[in-house]
Design a binder for this molecule. Structure first.
Ligand code: FAD
Length: 512
């Protein structure tokens, strides 16, 4: 008998959701995490004495269904109210968005916004079943045809006109979607942000932004900024406790070196793992929440894969374009024209500001004028900084993984200066309150969090890598071509972000 029914590689949020779901159904589950703590990118990191921040600083799309199913409230997870998104402008007339309300934009934009948002929310709702189910296989039996039909019906129920509009907007670049309706540059920049953040995309990029945007709007709050009460700590703690309460064993500081395969060429099967310290653990199912390239090339080995599958995996687009920037501040920042510091602040004041920043990164150069989103996580969790002091957490674009110099010390220093200069333009007291900072490029994220390319989603959320093609059509239903080996992380359907859905879908599929 194997040591466990299921062994999960990685205790990121998807690994924990998958583990909890399987254990609730009576499986004996072990989770092995290389890092000293659970949570993957949602866990806290210390970046300066007394100051901590998570890589992922908000969870606007964490699935309500998953949270309810795992009774995460019982383990302390509660989301605070939705928080505003503020698009900063240099002249101090900022755009503020919350729910259906927008301020600071032109009168016609303010009047148009509620309808625009309602429309996108209708589309997001129609896709809910698509995200919360295994993607159907291509060209197979009746069961998959039924899933296609069910999903199609939800979209058909939008009504003829809305369905036509839905299909039209799906492939639009963010810029085209937005400038059909809105004219205020700062609002245009702000609205395109959630379609492009995390990906190799800018407002003019075709085809790939709308689906990820609609995925981010899957919760009742419709994509507004959401942070768990007590910050990301509360999410990680609730998921870990729910898993352990269901009977899951979690071992941190345990790096999986390789997936064990037994059997001859015709009947090979994953039977367990070998850890970095040489320990062997057997399991009926090995489920990896590590990204697909790590799983197939580092942990399994291409010798167990058909050449065609292996080539497809090699071609997966996994280069990250987002850097993380943390600052330790001796007191609260003063932002010109802002009295309430809750919410997230965007420095992306127009389509072109984002597009030009992207243009350089496409060719391997960090943006001269970076665009970014920042929050103050210490507002919702004062334990992240010493009393009265604060942490600033920023997602900065664009920082290409394949930077021309390989992120030499000089390039890093130059990029840090550009980020600081940009922030200083909006936070006049920054130089006075700044104590320390940390820059994590995608290369650093790859090294420290074991994610190929340091990619936000473990792989681009592009049409050719989404739905029944994520990560590729031979592994899009969480099972892989190697019997006994499954995937459950952000590199699978529906994709990345703190959603919990990939882990949930994977567990349900594995239990079938
Ligand atoms: C800079 C940045 C900022 C982001 N900000 C946000 C945000 O604000 N909001 C949001 O919703 N999303 C954000 N994201 C995206 C989100 O964090 C990820 O998509 C999500 O965390 C993926 O979750 P996961 O559980 O699938 O994988 P991960 O969180 O990556 O967890 C996988 C785990 O597997 C472990 N692992 C890998 N290999 C091994 C091995 N060999 N042995 C043992 N363990 C292993 C890793 O150590 C890791 O803990 C951000 C991403 C980045 C890069």
């Amino acid at each position: 008998m194997s040591d466990y029914d299921a062994l999960i590689i990685g205790a990121g949020h998807n690994g924990l959701v998958c583990a909890a779901m399987l254990a609730k159904k009576g499986q004996r589950v072990l989770v092995l995490e290389a890092l000293p703590q659970t949570g993957g990118l949602a866990q806290m990191r210390s970046f300066h004495a007394g100051f901590r921040a998570p890589i992922a600083h908000s969870a606007p799309a964490f699935s309500k269904r998953v949270a309810d199913k795992l009774a995460l409230k019982k383990y302390g997870l509660e989301f605070g109210s939705a928080q505003p998104t503020v698009g900063l402008s240099e002249n101090g007339t900022h755009i503020r968005l919350l729910g259906d309300e927008v301020t600071g934009a032109s009168p016609s934009d303010i009047a148009a916004y509620p309808d625009y948002r309602k429309k996108l929310r209708r589309y997001a709702k129609a896709l809910d079943g698509v995200w919360h189910n295994t993607a159907p296989r291509l060209g197979t039996g009746l069961k998959d045809a039924l899933v296609y039909a069910q999903n199609g019906l939800k979209i058909r129920l939008l009504g003829k006109e809305d369905m036509g509009e839905f299909l039209r907007v799906l492939t639009l670049p963010m810029r085209d979607l937005i400038d059909e309706v809105f004219e205020t540059p700062e609002l245009q920049g702000l609205l395109s942000w959630d379609g492009v953040i995390g990906s190799k995309l800018a407002p003019r990029s075709p085809n790939n932004a709308i689906l990820p945007l609609l995925l981010k709007m899957n919760r009742p709050e419709g994509g507004d900024m959401l942070v768990p009460k007590g910050s990301m700590n509360a999410l990680v703690k609730a998921l870990s406790e729910a898993a352990m309460a269901a009977g899951v064993t979690i071992e941190t500081g345990q790096s999986v070196k390789q997936i064990l395969i037994e059997g001859k060429e015709t009947g090979q099967r994953a039977t367990g793992v070998e850890l970095a310290d040489g320990r062997l653990i057997t399991a009926d199912k090995v489920i990896s929440s590590a990204d697909p390239k790590t799983t197939f090339f580092k942990l399994l080995g291409p010798q167990y894969l058909e050449i065609e599958f292996s080539n497809r995996m090699k071609r997966l687009r996994t280069d990250g374009f987002v850097a993380k920037f943390h600052m330790a501040l001796s007191k609260a920042p003063e932002i010109t024209g802002i009295s309430d510091l809750t919410g997230r602040f965007l420095i992306a004041p127009s389509f072109d500001a984002i597009e030009f920043a992207y243009d350089e990164a496409k060719y391997g150069t960090p943006s001269t004028h970076p665009v970014m989103e920042f929050t103050l996580p210490s507002l919702s969790d004062p334990t992240l900084a010493p009393p009265g002091q604060h942490v600033l957490s920023a997602h900065v674009m664009y920082a290409p993984y394949s930077e021309k110099t390989g992120w030499s010390e000089a390039t890093r220093a130059q990029f840090e200066t550009r980020i600081l200069d940009t922030l200083q333009g909006y936070i006049p007291n920054l130089a006075e309150i700044r104590q320390a900072h940390e820059l994590l490029t995608p290369v650093d994220i790859e090294r420290e969090y074991h994610i190929t390319g340091g990619h936000w989603h473990h792989g681009e959320m592009a049409l050719e890598q989404m739905l029944m093609m994520r990560p590729t059509y031979q592994a899009a239903q969480y099972a892989t071509p190697v019997p006994g080996l499954y995937l459950c992380g952000a590199g699978t359907h529906p994709g990345g972000g703190l959603l919990g859905i990939a882990g949930w879908n994977a567990a349900r599929q594995i239990l079938k």
